[in-house]
Design a binder for this molecule. Structure first.
Ligand code: SF4
Length: 253
């Protein structure tokens, strides 16, 4: 399998995977080594581990997208958590943010189970796919601008492959909102520009061609512990996504 070692490799392999399909894309993303700082961090975390997970093997690699291959709903996050996705190998799986997100997805009819604990736990997304804008866990959950841009071709390839099926995309947090709109613009979609582009806040929406783009505050502990994001607020956005895509129950405002 080809392995990306720099930005040019990522562009070339991601571009080719748009013709090969999601399986090839997922495989090639999962062995990418194009960001030296993130490769070192993800592997250090996977070696040192958190005490509570000392007996578990860590994934310690990039996290590919996960879910329906022909989704109507796409959920976009920032990056995997060091002891969540970087441990379990599945996006939003095994950490507090994922607990919140999957509980809400289940309540609105987009996830089979209310929890997402580990790969192979029986969880299944319904008409929905998830991806992270940056595929490797960054220190302090903060990728650099260069790392964001280096990883962007992987996101572009995945969005391009699922776009024909999508009706709704949900960005979790301002980073994901900017990354998603930038990706759609690079793919030639009619993203509003300048003052016409809605600024990120919880509940904001943008119509991009036939795609409805929604925003929610990220279900990080920083937001959920402080009450900045409540279960009802997250359910409202994800419920709107489900209803707009013709999936799940329709939540009343
Ligand atoms: S962040 Fe993206 S581009 Fe950088 S090493 Fe990980 S998968 Fe590759």
């Amino acid at each position: 399998m080809p392995v990306a070692h720099d930005a040019e490799d990522v562009r070339r392999l991601a571009g080719a995977s748009r013709r090969s399909g999601l399986d090839v894309l997922d495989s090639e993303v999962s062995v990418c080594r194009a960001c030296p700082r993130l490769v070192a961090w993800r592997e250090l975390v996977a070696t040192e581990k958190r005490k509570a997970f000392a007996d578990e093997p860590y994934w310690g690699r990039p996290i590919p997208g996960w879910g329906d291959a022909r989704p109507k709903v796409l959920v976009v996050g920032l990056a995997p958590a060091a002891h969540g996705g970087n441990r379990t190998g599945r996006i939003f799986t095994g950490d507090r943010s994922g607990d919140w997100l999957f509980a809400s997805l289940h309540r609105v009819g987009l996830a089979r189970l209310p929890t997402s604990v580990r790969a192979g736990d029986g969880q299944e997304l319904i008409g929905t796919r998830m991806l992270a804008a940056v595929r490797c866990a960054p220190p302090d959950n903060k990728p650099t601008v260069e790392e964001r841009d280096r990883c962007a071709p992987w996101m572009d390839a995945e969005v391009a492959l699922v776009l024909p099926h999508l009706r709704v995309a949900v960005a979790l947090g301002g980073f994901a909102w900017q990354a998603l709109l930038a990706s759609l613009a690079r793919l030639g979609e009619p993203v509003p520009r300048g003052a016409a582009r809605p600024r990120f806040t919880h509940g904001v929406e943008a119509q991009v061609g036939g795609l409805l783009v929604l925003a929610s505050f990220h279900p990080s502990q920083q937001n959920t512990f402080t009450g900045r994001l409540t279960e009802a607020m997250l359910d409202q956005v994800l419920g709107r996504a489900a209803a707009s895509a013709g999936l799940g129950p329709i939540l009343q405002p």
